[in-house]
Design a protein around this ligand. Structure first.
Ligand code: 3PG
Length: 209
């Protein structure tokens, strides 16, 4: 349900999508994001360090941290044990949907087509990740899907730049926008958390109407 995500987002409309190769980065990164005004983040489970990084980031008192790139139900369960408050997958998976329902954790399935969106709605998932948004047609795709599915709420992610973000956020069916541009590998690798704080603050500023 989109209300679950509204509550988790608590006013913020940007979800940084984060890939960490070392859990040691997690705490300073969480602090930098929080200092920049970010309230919600997705940690992708793409590296051996991901689960530990998720656990460490989830400890931050001012961030709602979810797990991304979750590919099956067992992974969803481990992510929730590690502190994930929501679960995101690049596509829709009924096993993850069932497990998240029984765990009482919101599930944000990736959808790219009208058929996937119909499936998500049937499962009661009115909030979806539109992925990969820019590559599939960007705002034109969003407009085309939002028109027939008036109950759907979208979190477009994939290829979205800070310049494009405000255009998505202006759409009434968009809850928030996700993207990796706030936590680029170059800044993470060099430990430039001040640079990340600045990117976060700029994104938060641009996200305001
Ligand atoms: C994701 O999993 O959401 C994407 O990798 C984020 O897309 P981006 O890197 O193009 O912002």
């Amino acid at each position: 349900m989109s209300r679950e995500f509204d509550a988790l987002l608590s006013g913020t409309r940007i979800i940084p999508v984060i890939t960490l190769h070392s859990a040691a980065s997690a705490q300073p990164l969480a602090q930098a994001l929080s200092d920049g005004g970010i309230r919600c983040a997705e940690v992708t489970l793409r590296t051996p360090a991901s689960e530990d990084a998720l656990r460490a980031m989830a400890e931050h008192p001012d961030l709602v941290v979810g797990a991304g790139t979750v590919l099956d139900a067992a992974q969803a369960e481990r992510a929730v044990e590690a502190g994930a408050r929501f679960v995101v997958s690049p596509g829709l998976d009924t096993g993850i949907a069932d497990r998240c329902r029984s765990l009482g954790v919101p599930y944000l399935p990736g959808t790219a087509t009208a058929g996937e969106l119909m499936h998500a709605l049937k499962l009661g998932r009115t909030a979806v990740k539109l992925f990969p948004a820019e590559q599939l047609g960007g705002l034109d795709l969003l407009n085309a899907l939002a028109a027939p599915f008036t109950q759907a709420r979208f979190i477009p992610t994939g290829g979205i730049s800070p310049e494009r973000m405000p255009h998505y956020l202006a759409h009434p069916a968009v809850l928030a926008v996700g993207g990796s541009w706030i936590t680029p590998a170059a800044l993470l690798d060099s430990g430039d958390y001040d640079g990340i704080r600045r990117l976060a603050a700029q994104a938060v500023e641009r996200s305001r109407p």
